[in-house]
Design a protein around this ligand. Structure first.
Ligand SMILES: Cc1cc2nc3c(=O)[nH]c(=O)nc-3n(C[C@H](O)[C@H](O)[C@H](O)COP(=O)(O)O)c2cc1C
Length: 202
């Protein structure tokens, strides 16, 4: 078994619904399952129902807020998953982003987006708006956000995905992020380490 210390990639996953039995969590379950197949990847799932992050100005810098921010800060990449609520992403996702600092620890970090909706047009509006906010704080939002329409029909009562094509697309959120990190971040980190250790950097 690969130990946590040997994993070179760390992904912070933020499911953006706190409704009991929510479908965002079921979709995130597939993303986590996909991530668990990569030997070099460790995951931190940030449960917003448990964390109950404060609105700006209400609650201050609690140890919980600090831990939340540190977890995202040390992540190599981030996955934000949101339900479509009233034509936008969820308020808990916005509060989560607001608790990531100003300037934000998301700055410069690759971010993959996933959205689920009950409606037939999917979570396109949520994802567009979430992309805008993430880009505003300096995150590198990866292309190909995944929107799932009619989500109640996609998962059965046991939470299993009943549509193979949709499952592949959801798993793709994990693959796209890990491929990006392996191709663009890991080589840079390795090069920096080599230069530092070889003493060629004055
Ligand atoms: C407050 C609220 C607003 C919603 N607005 C929309 C909407 O604008 N479009 C849509 O397709 N579904 C909408 N839905 C349905 C959600 O997309 C649906 O509950 C879906 O399962 C994703 O949310 P969940 O992860 O909380 O389950 C709304 C649900 C709630 C609770």
């Amino acid at each position: 078994m690969t130990g946590e210390r040997e994993k070179s990639i760390r992904i912070a996953v933020v499911p953006g619904s706190v409704r009991p039995g929510n479908y965002t969590g079921k979709a995130v379950g597939l993303v986590l399952d996909e991530l668990s197949t990569y030997e070099d990847v460790a995951c931190d799932v940030l449960d917003l129902a448990e964390l109950q992050l404060p609105h700006p100005g209400q609650g201050g810098e609690t140890p919980e807020v600090a831990r939340f921010r540190e977890t995202v800060d040390r992540a190599t990449g981030v996955i934000l998953a949101t339900p479509e609520y009233h034509g936008s992403f969820s308020s808990v996702i916005k509060v989560a982003i607001e608790n990531l600092g100003f300037p934000s620890v998301l700055a410069g970090k690759p971010v993959g987006l996933l959205g689920v909706a009950a409606g037939t047009i999917g979570a396109v509006k949520s994802l567009e708006q979430l992309r805008g906010v993430c880009s505003h704080v300096g995150a590198l939002v990866l292309p190909g956000p995944v929107s799932v329409a009619g989500v109640q029909r996609i998962f059965d009562d046991e939470g299993r995905c009943t549509d193979e094509a949709v499952e592949e697309r959801i798993r793709g959120v994990a693959r796209t992020l890990v491929d990006y990190i392996r191709g663009h971040i890991c080589p840079r980190v390795a090069l920096e380490k080599f230069v530092r250790e070889s003493g060629s950097n004055p």
